[in-house]
Design a protein around this ligand. Structure first.
Ligand SMILES: [Ca+2]
Length: 362
């Protein structure tokens, strides 16, 4: 219990407090102050993931998508934070899901076709940041910037920095770029950006229930997308996660200190890559911590906006994000587990957050 409790605290420090709307405001104010700154009902039973990289697409599959069979699955995880409980039976209709996160090259095609400008590239509206010095309201996004040395006590303000000029084209800031990262997931895209891409692609963002059903890959009530064993007990790292101490002292034993090209790790049982780790993925739903207690049992759409609520930051409406990222490690972040929930404000862009799309059966 102590370990779980400690993990929960660390997880909050790592991700849960990233209510970036407020976080951006806080940062802006800090900057101002410092002048710096399958149809049909069935039960899944545990089985080994069967798909491997390179698995041929189904003949009738839309390009780059895999069929997620509908049915009933057990949603949630009774060993994680209270918002992942209770574990409850949910039925979802079958649907198509992108086998990978949306890549930089795919997002670039969208931008080239539409001229879309992401939220992080726009000048923040002063009315959204009351009290902020207008000179601090500049386009930018949040970048993971680890302290030079490990600290015994630190929080997200020590490793997240609002970087002017950071956006999907320059995910680490103005000096960075995405040349050579064409097959990496696009990052620094907020929920609103993901929605725009999905609409252009003729797709949509997954509901949280669809996302978890897909992430489980047909395994029943397993703690990990690949089964029961923690990642460090496997012969090979099963996902792009964090190894070493956090936030300083990363070892990148899985080969990637930051994002990895999509498909670098084995697919889950439905042929989906990176449903654990690499980048967080936006879901369509608003976030409420108690939603599982009263969610409809079929195709739950998430709570209405009026019921969106985060006890960490009351008054800030957030959207669900899932899957964890390259910053997750079991010692402090369970976000890469299929039952784990996370949330952030829909205008927040982060260097470890992207998305993938789904499509309903026709
Ligand atoms: Ca890694």
């Amino acid at each position: 219990m102590e370990r779980d409790a400690a993990k929960g605290v660390r997880e909050d420090q790592g991700q849960g407090r990233l209510a970036i709307g407020t976080f951006r405001i806080a940062l802006a104010l800090l900057v101002a102050a410092a002048l710096a700154a399958g149809a049909g009902l069935r039960w899944f039973s545990p089985r080994a993931p069967k798909a491997e990289p390179g698995t041929p697409a189904q003949p009738d599959a839309p390009p780059g998508m895999a069929w997620i069979p509908g049915g009933t699955f057990q949603m949630g995880d009774g060993t994680l934070r209270s918002d992942s409980r209770p574990v409850h039976a949910i039925r979802v209709d079958g649907f198509w899901m992108d086998t990978t996160a949306v890549t930089n090259e795919a997002f670039a095609r969208f931008v080239a076709a539409t001229g879309y400008i992401t939220v992080a590239e726009r000048v923040p509206d002063a009315k959204d940041f009351p009290g902020a010095d207008p000179e601090t309201l500049v386009p930018g996004a949040l970048v993971f910037t680890p302290p030079e040395t490990a600290k015994t006590c630190c929080g997200p303000m020590d490793w997240w920095r609002f970087v002017p000029g950071a956006n999907w084209r320059r995910p680490q800031g103005p000096a960075s770029g995405i040349a050579g990262l064409e097959r990496h997931p696009v990052v620094q895209v907020c929920w609103e950006d993901a929605q725009a891409y999905a609409a252009w692609a003729g797709k949509r963002l997954p509901t949280e229930a669809e996302w978890e059903c897909a992430a489980r890959g047909g395994l029943d009530r397993q703690p990990y997308a690949w089964g029961a064993r923690p990642p460090e007990q496997l012969k090979r790292w099963p996902a792009n996660l964090w190894q070493g101490t956090f936030p300083s002292g990363g070892k990148a034993e899985d080969g990637f200190a930051g994002t990895a090209p999509v498909g670098s790790f084995p697919a889950n049982g439905y042929g989906l890559f990176d449903m654990s780790g690499n980048v967080w993925q936006w879901c369509a739903d608003w976030y409420a911590p108690d939603y599982y207690a009263h969610a409809p049992s079929e195709n739950p759409p998430g709570p209405p906006r009026s019921e969106a609520y985060d006890p960490d930051e009351p008054g800030v409406k957030k959207r669900v994000m899932r899957g964890g990222s390259f910053l997750c490690h079991d010692s402090y972040c369970s976000g890469y587990r299929p039952g784990a929930r996370m949330k952030s404000t829909p205008d927040t862009a982060l260097c470890h957050t992207g998305f993938r799309c789904v499509k309903s059966a026709e």
